[in-house]
Design a protein around this ligand. Sequence first.
Ligand code: ASP
Ligand code: MG
Length: 407
Amino acid sequence: MAFLVKKYGGTSVGTVERIQHVAQSIKLAREAGDDIVVVVSAMSGETNRLVAMAREVMPAVVDVRELDVLLSTGEQVTIALLSMALKEIGIDARSYTGAQVKMLTDSSHSKARILNIDTDPIMNDINAGRVVVVAGFQGVDEQGDITTLGRGGSDTSAVALAAALKCDECQIFTDVDGVYTTDPRVESRARRLDRITFEEMLEMASLGSKVLQIRAVEFAGKYNVPLRVLSSFKPGEGTLITYDDEENTMEQALVSGIAFNRDEAQITVTGVADQPGTAYAILGPISELNVEVDMIIQNIGADDTTDFTFTVHRDEYQRVIDFLNANNDKLGAKAISGDDRMAKLSIVGVGMRSHAGIASRMFRSLAEAGINMRLISTSEIKISVVIDEKYLELGVRALHEEFELAE
Ligand code: ASP
Ligand code: MG
């Protein structure tokens, strides 16, 4: 018997039949004695459809207050239908919008932060033996205005509820059956992980494994909510995301997963003055353009100049190059060059902390595959390299093999 939050994403509630299927799984868990709070997303495609309609009506600047009123309707549909489906099969249930729960947030429409959750009404229902069905992705601010938490925000709603209600586990049901050692579309021998730490999951997520919203993982780590990713279609244990405890460390693999990001671009500014303020002169204005810079590498200057390389998202490449060229009278670079067909490839694992030589294994394996590394960056639990995008698949498979991640 456990107290669980179960979150179902858009594809899991994408049709009426699927909603009925979810109701059946909840019935089984209920009959096994679990207390359950369900969080649902809108039916798949619904939020996009609503956004598109809003853009049609207000093409230039969408009014964010009204947009949130509109977007929150998607989840309101699914909580009602799921509660009906549950009642239809004899399970007492009650639906709540974000405002009814009182999922209190700040007033930053479309990216609101959760401030507080009123757990009393939910606990009253749970104690009365009901299943509580809460709309994900939405909240309410001090003024009573409807807010939303940002795309994919139902994951965060679920984790926040699990934290506030002190649930045993927050289960995220999605269309994949867990977190994999790498993307199975690239390496068919990728394996589902039984466990992974919050830290590793954060690295995997920010490096492009889009199973969970990053914010939800951060939230779960901060409040120590065990998080489990499972498939709503295929039964199984899924992947449990927790803290690195002793039991976990003992069986710890050196590398837990291979993450990658395709849409990278690299920009090099050659022959700038090797003196205080140069990095700031280049990167300051770029951050003012609202461009996110990822890796940053500066060479030791040979004469009195130095070279500077950094990566940005591919979509920003041309804008940054144009900007640097336009301002080169101030920067005084000998050349500004780059390549927008790059990819980032990373190995992630808490096991790296206690083992030397992992980087050299990675580099040897890539060398044997004939892959040139353009940039390298490391942190405690991750090593990333930037390579030509056309070698990405090859690189993923080579590293997957090298670190024995297959079945
Ligand atoms: N329905 C929202 C979205 O599509 C929230 C979610 O699915 O988590 O982004
Ligand atoms: Mg979603």
